[in-house]
Design a protein around this ligand. Sequence first.
Ligand code: GRF
Length: 202
Amino acid sequence: MPAPRRLVVLVSGTGTLLQALLDAAAEPGYPAAAVAVGADRDGTEGVERARRAGLPTFVERMGEHPDRASWDRALLGRVRSHAPDMVVGAGFMKVVSAAFLDGIGAPMLNTHPSLLPAFPGAHAVRDALAAGVAVTGATVHRVDAGLDTGPVLGRAEVPVRPGDTATTLHERIKTQERRLLVEVIRRLARADAATASREPQT
Ligand code: GRF
């Protein structure tokens, strides 16, 4: 059984997506495990969840840097220091640069609470509700230099119910989002490990 793929997970909030990955990694044979968790702000429940799980954590606040490029470089250094096989944006509310994506030496995935390309950006749930769609959902995608524009790796549909608020709808989406993220990473990590096992051992 190859070693689990190393995930560096980036959070900005309550970290229930991270928790789903932590719980999945406890399952025998799950092919990926978080090795470090980072945040762009202090006081996130996501970092507390990582600490409770005994994982290394880091916080890189934009306000500690003279400009965005400096923050981006600092975040890149933190992520690289944990040698990720995959970087996962799990409710991470910052846009990283092309230099960051080139520098991490691994693919970056993001999870987004709408059926991309519909409703990109930071207010996807509110925007879907305001648009009056009957069905929205969650998307896991590769991160590219755009905003929520990378290749889609998986999607899960979620119905909008009468009387839904952004909060009730978002919680329903997150239930599917957590399942989707765990399954997409399982699939990618298995494929990764299979490829690694076929490569000639140098
Ligand atoms: C998720 O729906 C994510 O897509 C969005 O914010 C939520 C984060 O949830 N950006 P949590 O912090 O993992 O609980």
